[in-house]
Design a protein around this ligand. Structure first.
Ligand SMILES: Cc1cc2nc3c(=O)[nH]c(=O)nc-3n(C[C@H](O)[C@H](O)[C@H](O)COP(=O)(O)O)c2cc1C
Length: 242
């Protein structure tokens, strides 16, 4: 089982996305998966030019000569490919979106109808990886990710594959609070992430019980709002002192 995680947080190893992804991959590796955690921010990935050279003139090969060619090889060699991203404006980060746009060379340009009669691309490769999402956001609730849930399902439909796993974490900044009384809560959540990783490594999916545990809030919403607002006030006051 090869699991490749494409991390689109510009904050890289300092990011909450990294914290979640790292625990998840740790659990997967302990259960026998071959894992790789790729930081997209470190890669040179130019935005898609929409020229369609990769579909017409040089099938499968993009006109840009940058790191995306290697990343596509890793994507296609994976059993599970995970898009890990902070929630930005209710969507994937720009780094993640640019990476997704540049996956176009793996498609065949021709059209066909899917089993529901809706048009999609003809399948080019025998096998595409199962897809996954890991995301976190600043607002506290688990209801903040509807756009990502739709996008990953549309991607799976287009590639004729399936969504293997999704982990969404509202209140992501809480994961930084390791030196506070919240530590046991965070440690418990990290244990769950490792369990989820092990389940994907073995069963290509997260069990219903683990998924339900992962969805539970880390703290009550009103407490989160009060703490977040004091934190912002403090930051603003400090920054404007000078
Ligand atoms: C440009 C930008 C847009 C954001 N948009 C949202 C948003 O729509 N909803 C939300 O809850 N948080 C939003 N946030 C907050 C981030 O999702 C939050 O800080 C997250 O924990 C960052 O994750 P990271 O540490 O993995 O990069 C935004 C942050 C930035 C910088």
């Amino acid at each position: 089982m090869i699991i490749t995680l494409f991390n689109g947080s510009p904050r890289m190893k300092k990011s909450r996305t990294y914290t979640i992804a790292d625990e998840f991959l740790r659990g997967a590796a302990e259960a026998g998966a071959q894992v790789e955690h790729i930081l997209l921010q470190k890669k040179k990935i130019k935005p898609c030019l929409g020229c369609f050279n990769c579909l017409i003139k040089t099938p499968g090969i993009c006109i840009h000569k940058d790191d995306q060619g290697e990343l596509i090889k890793k994507f296609m060699a994976s059993d599970v490919a995970i898009f890990a991203s902070p929630l930005y404006a209710d969507n994937f980060s720009g780094q993640t979106k640019t990476f997704i746009d540049r996956l176009i060379p793996i498609l065949d340009p021709h059209l066909e109808k899917d089993e529901n009669g809706e048009v999609r691309h003809v399948k080019k490769h025998d096998k595409y990886p199962l897809l996954g999402v890991i995301s976190n956001c600043g607002f506290p609730e688990q209801s903040q990710f509807p756009a990502l849930k739709i996008i990953i399902r549309r991607m799976a439909r287009n590639l004729d594959t399936e969504v293997a796993m999704e982990i969404y974490r509202g209140g992501g900044p809480l994961l930084d609070a390791v030196d506070t009384p919240l530590k046991p809560v965070i440690d418990g959540y990290k244990n769950l992430l490792r369990k989820a990783g092990a389940e994907v490594a073995v069963n290509s999916k997260i069990s219903e019980s683990t998924a339900a545990e992962l969805e539970k809030p880390l703290v009550p919403v009103d407490m989160y709002i009060a703490t977040a607002n004091s934190w912002w006030d403090e930051q603003i006051k400090e920054a404007r002192k000078a």
